[in-house]
Design a protein around this ligand. Structure first.
Ligand SMILES: Nc1ncnc2c1ncn2[C@@H]1O[C@H](COP(=O)(O)OP(=O)(O)O)[C@@H](O)[C@H]1O
Ligand SMILES: N[C@@H](CC(=O)OP(=O)(O)O)C(=O)O
Length: 465
């Protein structure tokens, strides 16, 4: 089989985890598989790079860059020494050249007091630039022929949108030629999270975008399966950090998984499902720290599952915006004007609901985008399109997912029964698709609401075919 294995930050965060990664790849390779590897930055490194880039433009004195680079260097060199002692000189030298480059760019940002989207993307791609050579060296240390390459060198060509780029279909033949062609001989390690625009600028794929890199590489090399290796046994009925009784789902459809990820299930990035779905490549989520567990397979048609509700996702830090007088304006296209104004300021609307009798439109955005949304709506109001708007900060979106909901009578009443028992008030409801119902509650009620529905549907119980 031809496989892509994507290892997330938690799977490459220290020497012990990397030893597991090498073991997993070696066993699969020994079983006769061809493998392309995609890696994320070590845990927390991308966060640190983002924080430092934003700090250096604002700090008045010379920033403490030396200390930052020294701590990053010490973490990476320590891991390199543990997992690939024979490659300390070769890879150590390469890493040092990266640290020098990173330090120079951060200093330039500080001196110019300017952080363009282009330079920011370049800086935040360094986590993967540092981790991939180490993983590749660890494979060589384990007797596996390997090389490392950037997302750009692997052939990922993007639309050029910084901090959220999309791969263009022209990438696929390039990936086949640059990555696919190597697979009989070796295990290439591709730096996740990045690609390049046509003019050669590094463009990152959005936070947690290495899953998307894995799927792009998978589509490019016509993989038989894309494996997402992480720190849980698979896709679970809800985030196990919130509800410890959450259980692994054996198989789930692309559409169901897309809804779960879009509404907060961090385990797979929603964009990663697009290339996989287009090429009908199964995506399997597995645990680097428990590789014997079969994990979850995401496929077009999962095996029959009697359960109506399969999973529940939660997004915290939402804002509910209520716009009134929209419909009363009596002119067609009011909703269009509202959403165009929001889109033009870059606001992403997660959920929409329109109440005709109260002449209101309610929508949910993330808290970070509240200021931008309020500015856009103030402008719409000035133009007389809407009468008033108001917002509520502390809300959470709970999303209930399951393909069986579409044809099952009484699903909503059962969900509301669960919420009623838990004494939870629903502020807004939206049926986004055939496989998803989402509703909004006070942030403080979010986990309680997830628990209430999890219990109402006994999601902790084993699946029945
Ligand atoms: N429904 C879910 N199933 C499994 N994990 C989930 C779910 N929802 C949220 N998660 C969280 O996603 C985490 C894995 O994603 P992430 O931290 O991005 O891993 P990685 O570093 O491997 O990319 C898990 O530790 C888990 O807490
Ligand atoms: N390192 C990037 C990309 C990524 O996908 O990371 P992870 O696989 O650890 O979520 C980020 O933190 O956003």
């Amino acid at each position: 089989m031809r496989l892509v294995m994507k290892f997330g930050g938690t799977s490459v965060g220290d020497e012990k985890s990397i030893a597991n990664v090498v073991k997993i790849i070696k066993e699969s390779r020994d079983a006769g598989n061809e493998i392309a590897v995609v890696v994320s930055a070590m845990t927390r490194v991308t966060d640190q790079l983002i924080a430092t880039a934003e700090e250096v433009i604002n700090c008045k004195q010379k920033p403490a860059l030396d200390a930052f680079i020294a701590s990053l260097r010490s973490r990476h060199m320590k891991v390199l020494e543990a997992v690939a002692p024979d490659y300390m000189d070769e890879i150590g030298e390469y890493l040092d050249s990266r640290f020098m480059k990173l330090s120079n760019i951060l200093l330039a940002v500080h001196n110019l007091r300017e952080l363009t989207p282009r330079s920011r993307d370049y800086i935040i791609s360094f986590g993967e630039r540092l981790s991939a050579p180490i993983i590749s060296a660890a494979l060589r240390q384990g007797g596996i022929l390997s090389s490392y390459m950037s997302g750009c060198d692997a052939g990922i060509l993007t639309d050029g949108v910084h901090n959220g780029a999309t791969a263009l279909p022209e990438s696929y033949p390039r990936i086949q030629a640059r990555v696919g062609a190597l697979l009989t001989e070796q295990v290439p390690v591709v730096m996740g999270y990045m690609g390049c625009s046509a003019d050669g600028a590094v463009t990152t794929l959005g936070r947690s975008g290495s899953d998307y890199s894995g799927a792009i590489i998978g589509a490019g090399i016509d993989a038989d399966e894309i494996l997402i290796w992480t720190d849980v046994d698979g896709v679970m009925t809800t985030d196990p950090r919130l509800i410890p009784e959450a259980r692994v789902i054996n198989s789930i459809s692309f559409l169901e998984m897309m809804e779960m990820s879009y509404f907060g299930a961090k385990v797979i990035h929603p964009r990663a499902l697009v290339p996989a779905m287009q090429k009908n490549i199964p995506v399997r989520v597995k645990n680097t720290f428990n590789p014997m567990h079969p994990g979850t397979v995401v496929i077009r048609e999962p095996h029959a599952d009697k359960r109506v509700v399969k999973a529940i996702s939660l997004i915290k830090n939402g804002c509910l915006i209520k716009i009134s007088g929209a419909i009363m304006a009596g002119r067609p296209g009011v909703a269009g004007e509202i959403f165009t104004a929001l889109a033009e300021t870059g606001v992403n609307v997660m959920l929409i609901s329109q109440g005709s009798s109260e002449m209101t439109i309610s929508l949910i955005i993330t808290e970070e985008q509240l200021d931008a949304a309020l500015t856009a709506l103030a402008d719409v109001k000035r133009r007389g399109v809407i009468r008033e708007f108001d917002f509520d900060r502390d809300v959470a979106v709970v999303s209930v997912v399951g393909a069986g909901m579409a044809g099952t009578y009484g699903t909503l009443s059962r969900i509301f029964h669960g919420l009623g028992v838990g004494g939870i008030n629903v502020m807004m409801l939206s049926q986004g698709s055939e496989v998803n119902v989402s509703f909004v509650v006070k942030e403080a009620d979010g986990v309680k609401a997830v628990r209430a529905i999890h219990e109402e549907y006994h999601l902790e119980a084993e699946e029945q075919a």
